[in-house]
Design a protein around this ligand. Structure first.
Ligand SMILES: Cc1cc2nc3c(=O)[nH]c(=O)nc-3n(C[C@H](O)[C@H](O)[C@H](O)COP(=O)(O)OP(=O)(O)OC[C@H]3O[C@@H](n4cnc5c(N)ncnc54)[C@H](O)[C@@H]3O)c2cc1C
Length: 470
């Protein structure tokens, strides 16, 4: 499937014109059609073309969402939910035009049930906003993609981050949802009980659906207690394979790391320059342990032994919050550190995930591939899950460079799939990974199409994402 095929979409001009008029009347100033607003609501994070919506509604309540969906359903016009727009695979592009629903004003924290370790939030709440709010409760929400994404967007891309090795991904941390479906009805997928065998699991169906099956209007999340003691540190290794082998053994031994991030030498150099770190330029692991004084000391000692076995170290760790914060801020800023390596160049951040036993082989082959093809492409990974990212720098004005990037991404995906991995551990499919989804799951994608057709018969919810219907 060519890129042209993936991003092609048919516009329903008459329907769009009708909807623009109705929404202007219904929402007044909260409905915007100016170029700069529309541009901000299209994809901006790769060379995929930005496909603007025709208008943007700033919703404030679920009733607003229902009104928009009902109008769009009647006129068969696409509706694309928008959190913060940080998704990386073209998920928010309006390939067939339509209306973007912006959730930035629907950002209330509705309930914190501290005794049940859960909370209910509106979709526009961002992960940093939620943790700021929770600070005095002794609880926190662990999922932390590098961007300050919205909870609605994170649920819809099944996002994860550095803590997933210990706390899971959005699939493990969403207990229940309310969502406006394609016919305008609002449903609740589950109650707040920790587990349930009540019928089909629509919560899990909507998590990761990229806004193609329903528009989320509230999300009930699991929370975690803030650990009594957090210890963290870094250690270098002679080769990337040694570092990855140390990760594999750490996981296989059951050392309960909270975070274990693999950073290759190119990425370490970029972090040093951008985040003013002073790390030795070599393959490095960033790690963190959660527990009490005794348990983090034990975990750190056990981890230190693994490190030594693979020729790494010394492993230096600290419980000093400032030092840790500096390190993890640098980790979260890797994308910007990569972009700063060659000013004016674009960075395509792509991710794959493999069974943990294949991690070392996959990253080593990928690093060799980067070198062989003369790419500047740092590697960084949520390695404890077998998930890693490559950020490839390129000049997006040169078609031959884009072709080189595409060929690399195709080889990376083939490699991960050959190891029984997946074409995306956390970024999702959007427009950019559709061909790889078919390579990964084959006929299974037909059943996804059938679910989509049953739940959204007129294909108005974020059409053209995850797969083509035709
Ligand atoms: C610097 C950087 C670092 C990143 N690091 C990570 C990382 O470590 N881990 C990771 O998983 N991702 C990462 N990402 C990708 C991105 O942050 C995630 O995909 C995130 O979940 C997107 O959230 P968002 O609020 O920006 O959603 P958007 O980009 O606005 O939307 C994403 C998708 O969700 C849908 N959507 C949004 N809101 C709703 C709703 N209310 N109802 C239904 N559908 C909705 C949209 O239609 C779209 O399909 C990173 C991105 C950047 C730019």
């Amino acid at each position: 499937m060519s890129l042209e095929d993936v991003v092609a979409g048919k516009r329903n001009e008459a329907g769009i014109a009708a909807v623009l008029g109705i929404l202007k009347q219904q929402f007044g100033e909260r409905f915007q059609t100016g170029d700069s607003i529309r541009e901000q609501h299209a994809h901006t994070t790769t060379y995929l073309p930005a496909q603007w919506p025709d208008g943007v509604v700033f919703v404030e309540t679920s009733d607003d969402v229902q009104s928009v969906v009902k109008v769009c359903a009647e006129h068969k016009v696409p509706v694309i939910a928008f959190g913060t727009g940080s998704s990386l695979e073209g998920q928010i592009n309006a390939a067939s035009g339509g209306i973007s629903i912006d959730f930035s004003r629907m950002n209330r924290i509705l309930e914190v049930n501290a005794e049940d370790l859960d909370c209910v939030v509106e979709p526009g709440v961002t992960r940093e906003q939620l943790n700021e709010y929770l600070r005095d409760t002794g609880l926190f929400f662990p999922i932390d993609p590098g961007a300050n994404a919205s909870i609605g967007g994170m649920a819809s891309t099944r996002a994860s981050g550095t803590n997933a090795v210990r706390y899971g991904t959005m699939k493990d941390n969403v207990l229940s949802l309310t969502a406006v479906m394609a016919d305008g009805r609002e449903i609740r997928t589950a109650r707040r009980a920790r587990k349930s065998s009540a019928g089909y699991d629509l919560t899990r169906l909507l998590v990761g659906a990229e806004g193609t099956l329903g528009i989320l209007t509230s999300i009930t999340l699991r929370l975690q207690g803030i650990p009594e003691v957090i210890a963290g540190g870094v250690c270098g290794f002679p080769t990337l394979k040694d570092a990855a082998d140390a990760v594999i053994m750490t996981i296989q031994l059951g050392i309960p790391v909270a975070r274990i991030e693999l950073v290759n030498a190119t990425q370490v150099a970029a972090c040093n320059a951008y985040s003013k770190l002073n790390l030795k330029v070599q393959p490095t692991l960033f790690v963190e342990f959660h527990g009490n004084e005794e348990s983090v000391a034990l975990q750190s000692r056990q981890f230190g032994e693994v490190v030594a076995e693979f020729g790494g170290g010394p492993f230096e760790w600290t419980v000093d919050p400032e030092e840790r914060a500096k390190l993890w801020k640098a980790r979260h800023n890797v994308y910007w550190a990569v972009k700063a390596m060659i000013p004016g160049y674009e960075a395509l951040a792509t991710d794959v995930c493999v069974p943990i036993s294949k991690l070392a082989e996959c990253v080593a082959l990928t690093e060799a591939d980067i070198e062989e093809h003369g790419l500047t492409a740092p590697i960084v990974g949520h390695a404890g899950d077998g998930n890693f990212h490559v950020s490839i720098l390129f000049d997006d004005k040169k078609p031959e460079e884009i072709a080189k990037v595409e060929a690399f991404v195709a080889r990376l995906n083939e490699r991960a799939l050959a190891m029984d991995g997946t074409c995306t551990g956390e970024h999702g499919i959007g427009q950019g990974k559709q061909a790889f989804l078919v390579a990964e799951l084959g006929d299974t994608v037909d059943f996804m199409r059938q679910i989509k057709a049953a739940m959204d018969p007129h294909n108005i919810l974020n059409p053209g994402k995850i797969f083509r219907l035709e």
